[in-house]
Design a protein around this ligand. Sequence first.
Ligand SMILES: [Zn+2]
Length: 284
Amino acid sequence: MVDWKTLKKIDAHIHILPDDVHRANPDSEDVWVYAKLHEYRKKMDVLGVEKAVIMPLNDPWLMSMDFSIDAVHKNLYEMKQRYPGKFYAFADIDTRNTPQESVNAISKAIEEYGLDGIKIHPNNSGVALDSDYNRAIFAFAQMKQIPVAIHCYPNSDDDLSTAEQVVRAVNQYPDLTIIVSHMGAYQWERLLSANVYVDVSAALPDYVRKIGIEATKSILHKFGADRLIFATDYPDNRFLSPEEIYDTYFDALNQMDYTQEEAHKIAYDNLESMLTKKRQLKMG
Ligand SMILES: [Zn+2]
């Protein structure tokens, strides 16, 4: 059996808020108090997390005290610099800016700040996934071969980010590398035939709680080890406290009967090869 706690992993989806945001909100009591870079770095060795991907929130108020997209990207760059080789970070989108301004900011984030992908969170930005706004971003990401992580945890068919909208993006931008965060939750079936990776964050403990281990196992095995990506969304979860998050994921994954090779792909290699390929293309 694979022991997911000691298995070498990349957590493909975590949240860290910049130190100056923490300093400006000393009385905060929500889960974001756990989103501190130095504290998370200390946890990584204990959890077997070799690297982690810091995801922005499409909400400039949480990721900088300047409330501008450039300040957000600079903060993400500085977090990566503080612990070299330990963190990836995806570029943010601020929908107060025009689509072209967003593309320019992403381009600078990738070229100058060395960020690693793009995060689109339609429910935070209030801009639907298949709106015109995102077309400029998808076209740019496809052209530059930048991976795009899309938040997809829909509650209904008229959610701003449904699995159906992800599928339409895949059809319109067939060469785009897409990670669907949270597996599309209960719309996962729609994603099975789409050429996307899925990150198991939030969805995995939710499935286990609602439909049990065996049914969850069946969903994960339908996607297959080549398309699944380990991720937790730490420290955020709808029903788990931050301290419970990792053990809950490890416990569920320990029961999924993966071979060492499959587990390595899900925990590490699928994401690492995607992000490494991007870097090689940029340098070549
Ligand atoms: Zn998240």
